[in-house]
Write a protein that binds this ligand. Structure first.
Ligand SMILES: Cc1cc2nc3c(=O)[nH]c(=O)nc-3n(C[C@H](O)[C@H](O)[C@H](O)COP(=O)(O)OP(=O)(O)OC[C@H]3O[C@@H](n4cnc5c(N)ncnc54)[C@H](O)[C@@H]3O)c2cc1C
Length: 514
């Protein structure tokens, strides 16, 4: 019996399906010739979710790995550079309440934790400005690189904002024309194989039966293979993260040549928060909220008010799209010869754009560890499940952190979010520890953490968290090194700000000069 894994069938043609196809095809087709075949089937009747505009810096290496040019990507996806998130109104809701979670790690991050040294000057300089140049770069809507910086390289770390619909189309063209992925447009009507055995094939509406050795479920919230066929349970996490609804708008620019934001804006509202993302052609603005704490009508009113006041655009002609979701994830993701990626594996509110990075990490691990034989697949599956369960838990902790640190009491939503029974034990423990020592490398154990201690530092100290100073004074050499790093960061900020082009300016140069 031939038990080698050669035929990979991906079901679903959203961002998850095409990114997985690209990662698998580039790893295997390019390297080994003909022994792995990737087929992607997507239904002409079921639309993709069509949102998901904020990404993580990993997207640069993902696009590079699958062989896309950055210029082509930026041009085809109306994409822009994203350097982090600016959180507005999350702590008190006052006029001047905002902080950054940038993508560049703090100065000296590899060897010296600057938090204890910054604490003495916290009233005169924000944590982000003391240890990073990126807040000032974002304040001025500057690009993260210069025109002469090579593709995918950076002056300061960055990811992208992108048009999700155009992104799936570009990936489809690239995967089918350049990476040899076979594409079928057809509706999958049945999954063949016993629920307690491997999947043998898929029945389709008009293309007959499609056989495979490994099936990747990218069917979005339907989770047709892992959820429906195998009945792998969904672990709902709405007891921790309350948001389960979103209203999404595509908003035209009042001035098409105006600045393009270098960061996602996340503005706290009465029952959730509004994302505001600048692409080159339009803005993507949406409100994600808890249906237990507000109504769709009230949420829509808040969203329209935001668009009119902050963006100076008349929102009357814009119709928001409502999306409901169950925050949570499957109990496992790889079962027998089926692995779910993207929304089919779970979804949490898009507060830190963690969904696409999970897709990238999934595609990377599946392609790197692709079992050559069925006989070892269950071992790979177990490892995969352990890694991804860990990742979902860490994302939940990190997202919840933003709510736990808020001091807002102006609506029940913010009050409920701080109730101890809604805080995971793992986060509770870390917060207790961080009262005495700042987050650092030992707090997280994996090689590829999505949110490292650097991210925790930015959010904690951006939101006013206090860590007690050690009784003893630091070694004078170390204190000197900290002073040097602060001074260097300050000089670097002036230099970088003087030399970087505007975000819009560089994007225009790149996309029109090609
Ligand atoms: C409001 C909101 C905001 C978001 N913002 C962000 C963000 O800023 N950053 C981020 O990283 N992520 C974000 N996400 C998540 C992101 O949109 C998704 O993770 C991403 O688009 C991947 O979706 P998908 O491919 O898993 O599912 P989908 O896009 O839903 O694709 C499902 C595919 O399955 C196919 N399909 C379904 N049934 C069948 C069938 N029977 N036969 C054949 N094919 C079938 C469909 O045709 C479709 O092609 C957001 C999500 C929401 C809801």
């Amino acid at each position: 019996m031939n038990d080698s894994i050669e035929r990979i069938v991906i079901v679903g043609g959203g961002s998850a399906g095409w990114l997985s196809a690209g990662l698998l095809a580039s790893e295997h087709l390019a390297r080994s010739g003909q022994d792995v075949h990737v087929t992607l089937i997507e239904s002409p009747d079921v639309k993709t979710i069509g949102v998901g505009e904020g990404t993580w810096p990993t997207m640069r290496s993902t696009l590079q790995k699958i062989g896309l040019s950055e210029t082509e990507f930026l041009t085809e996806c109306s994409a822009s550079f994203k350097q982090g998130t600016k959180f507005v109104g999350w702590v008190t809701g006052d006029e001047d309440d905002s902080y950054y979670h940038p993508f560049t790690v703090p100065a000296g991050y590899a060897s010296l934790n600057l938090v204890p040294f910054w604490q003495g000057q916290r009233d005169s300089v924000s944590f982000v400005d003391a240890v990073s140049v990126q807040g000032r770069v974002c304040d001025r809507d500057l690009a993260p690189k210069q025109e002469t910086t090579p593709e995918y390289a950076a002056v300061v770390n960055y990811a992208y904002h992108l048009d999700a619909g155009k992104f799936a189309e570009l990936l489809q063209r690239h995967c089918t024309e350049r990476l040899g992925v076979r594409h079928i447009r057809d509706h999958v009507t049945a999954i063949n194989g016993e629920p307690d055995g491997d999947i043998e094939s898929l029945s389709t509406a008009s293309s007959g039966e499609l056989e495979g050795d490994l099936f990747i479920d990218c069917t979005g919230m339907a989770s047709m293979l892992l959820g429906k066929h195998y009945g792998v349970a969904y672990r709902e996490r709405s007891n921790v993260l309350f948001n389960d609804s979103a209203l999404a708008l595509q908003v035209p620019y009042a001035d098409q040549s105006g600045p393009v934001l270098s960061q996602t804006l996340s503005t706290a509202q009465s029952a959730g928060w509004i994302w505001d993302i600048g692409l080159t052609t339009r803005r993507g603005i949406g409100y994600t909220y808890s249906s237990d704490h507000t109504t769709d009508e009230a949420a829509e009113k808040e969203l329209r008010a935001y668009v009119e006041v902050l963006q100076g655009v008349n929102a009357d002609s814009l119709e928001p799209r409502k999306i409901s979701f169950r925050p949570g994830h499957r109990e496992k993701f790889w079962h027998r010869n089926c692995v779910a990626v993207g929304m089919a594996s779970g979804f949490l509110e898009p507060l830190e754009a963690s969904a696409l990075v999970m897709v990238e990490l999934a595609g990377k691990m599946i392609s790197e560890e692709l079992p050559t034989s069925r006989s070892v697949m269950d071992i790979v599956a177990k490892r995969y499940n352990d890694v991804f369960l860990y990742r979902w838990d860490r994302i939940i902790d990190f997202l919840k952190l933003h709510y736990v640190l808020s001091k807002r009491s102006d609506s029940q939503y913010w009050i409920d979010n701080r109730k101890p029974e809604t805080i995971p034990e793992s986060l509770h423990e870390l917060l207790k520890l961080w009262r005495y020592q700042p987050p650092w490398h030992n707090d997280f154990s994996q090689r590829e953490e999505i949110f490292s201690s650097a991210s925790y530092q930015y959010v904690l100290y951006g939101m006013g968290f206090e860590t007690a100073a050690r009784g003893s004074a630091p070694d004078s050499r170390v204190a000197g090194e900290a002073r040097r790093l602060f001074a260097e960061n300050s000089q670097m900020a002036n230099k970088v700000v003087a030399n970087l082009p505007g975000n819009r300016e560089l994007l225009t140069q790149i996309t029109q000069g090609r």
